[in-house]
Design a protein around this ligand. Structure first.
Ligand SMILES: Nc1ncnc2c1ncn2[C@@H]1O[C@H](COP(=O)(O)OP(=O)(O)OP(=O)(O)O)[C@@H](O)[C@H]1O
Length: 460
């Protein structure tokens, strides 16, 4: 749950990192911090302070916030030089402004350019990946920032509310899963691993926006909501390093539920964020992907390679098809993640089971039960009432089939309920077979992305 932007329960005013004084020169947010960048990242080497209406590079006017990540804010901008008669490019774009500390020639954002240099045809790259349309730099109070202009994209592929009632929705989801698998295959064929392959980094393409005026655009996406940044005594601040307010990001999920979104949000996937990508023969010492997408050989032995991407692909395909996370954990806890994987996929091979995963002995018994399933120590020791109280002891799925059978579930963000759709028995079996091949414990046994594309599930 760690990367879900809407579950950030950080308290405000922001607590001090060292417990003495609030970080960020004592600045405070007036509203909840949900979905926002950290105010204390507005400091030398950090974020560039920006406001709605600011014009970047004499061209890109900021209209709304799209999101923020570990090292950048992404803004929805209007290209002021757009000329509909000349159709010079898109009117509405995403501009990603990188923190000053990361705005170096080694900036990971620049890695995406390697794709074309490494032989991926420009049209294939532009179809599957988010390739920058423009690049510039900004000098500001916190340093010099690289900025990248990208096509504007929509909601993540695992939250396709605008299509969820369609009769052939299952087919749409399989088509999307095939696209992302094709994207991974194109990367691996050139020796590149994405390194952070997960639904939050796979967004849908947007269409038919560029003819809209700004007013019409706001009718569709809503007026941006802001929260003031003040001093600790609640007065406006005068620091040049921080903005006067932060902007809450667009909530695509709400837009996707309105009928006006239907012609806007397409069923085409686009892979973003090459910030953690690496060459297969030169893997980094650590993966930058959240725990729930980490393969067990990384969690247990810190082994990284193509197999890490393939494991994440399996988790991602499951999430696209069901709207749920396969190996979700409460707090990105590695042992809980390993526990959940073993509950579904079974006992780990040696020496992981008996030696390397040291916490295993307090979590599972050495031996499996008569059905060959791992046996949870706590579950065996606790009475029925205690089981109900323990969040780890719910009646969890014990196979991929059981997990898939729960069907597709999109929960509404702000109210009870959502969309629920069953998955047919034959599809359950077919998808379980594909995922089983991607989620093998031995990385070398995982089916490659190119080979996976030939699987019968994509043909259903
Ligand atoms: N081209 C785009 N169109 C629309 N929204 C985008 C686009 N690029 C990024 N976003 C939004 O901005 C958010 C942050 O972007 P991104 O993940 O690229 O930032 P980051 O700082 O590299 O993040 P991370 O910490 O995951 O590396 C994304 O989750 C997405 O919601």
């Amino acid at each position: 749950m760690s990367e879900e932007p809407w579950t950030d329960d950080e308290e405000y005013p922001l607590a001090s990192e060292d417990g003495d004084s609030p970080p960020g020169d004592g600045l405070m947010l007036q509203g909840p911090p949900t979905g926002l960048e950290k105010i204390y990242d507005y400091e030398p080497n950090g974020h560039h302070p920006l406001h709605l209406g600011d014009i970047l590079n004499k061209r890109y006017k900021i209209l709304h916030k799209l999101g923020s990540g570990g090292y950048a804010n992404v803004w929805l901008c209007c290209d002021e030089t757009y000329d509909s008669r000349a159709s010079s490019g898109p009117r509405y774009l995403a501009v990603k402004v990188i923190m000053a500390a990361a705005s170096k020639s080694s900036c990971s954002e620049l890695r995406v350019n390697k794709l074309i240099a490494m032989g991926i045809a420009e049209d294939v790259a532009a179809e599957l990946f988010c390739i920058p349309l423009d690049q510039f730099s900004i000098d500001g109070p916190n340093g010099t920032h690289l900025a990248f202009v990208y096509p504007l994209l929509g909601p993540r592929v695992s939250r396709l509310f605008n299509k969820a009632e369609d009769e052939d929705f299952e087919h749409t989801l399989r088509k999307l899963a095939a696209q992302v698998t094709r994207g991974m295959s194109a990367l691996h064929a050139r020796g590149i691993c994405h390194g952070d392959f997960r639904p939050a980094n796979i967004l849908t393409r947007i269409q038919n926006l560029d003819h809209l005026s700004e007013a019409e655009l706001f009718d569709l996406i809503g007026i941006p909501e802001k929260t003031n940044v003040t001093t600790a005594s609640n007065t406006p601040h005068t620091l040049p390093s921080a903005p006067q307010y932060l902007v809450y990001p667009i909530i695509w999920e709400d837009i996707a539920q309105s009928s006006t979104a239907e012609p806007i949000i397409t069923d085409k996937a686009c892979i973003i964020d090459f910030g953690n990508s690496y060459m297969v023969d030169d893997p980094p010492p650590h993966l930058g992907i959240p725990q729930i997408y980490c393969a067990p050989e990384y969690t247990i032995e810190k082994k990284i390679g193509i197999g890490s991407d393939l494991w994440a692909l399996g988790c991602t395909i499951f999430e696209i098809r069901t709207g749920r996370r396969l190996f979700d954990t409460f707090d990105d806890d590695p042992d809980e993640n390993l526990w959940k994987i073993a509950m579904i996929l079974g006992r780990y091979p040696e020496p992981w089971w008996s030696e390397t995963w040291t916490a295993r002995r307090s979590i599972f018994f050495d031996d499996v039960d008569e059905e060959g399933k791992v046996v949870d120590v706590l579950a065996a020791k606790q009475g029925e009432e205690e089981k109900d109280a323990n969040v780890w002891q719910k009646p969890w799925a014990r196979s991929l089939q059981e997990e898939i059978k729960e069907g597709l579930v999109y929960m509404f963000r702000d109210r009870p309920g959502g969309v629920e759709r069953g998955i047919s028995g034959s599809e359950v079996e077919c998808l379980a077979d594909l995922l089983g091949r991607l989620l093998r414990y031995v990385p070398a046994e995982r089916v490659g992305a190119e080979e996976a594309l030939k699987h019968a599930w994509f043909e259903l």
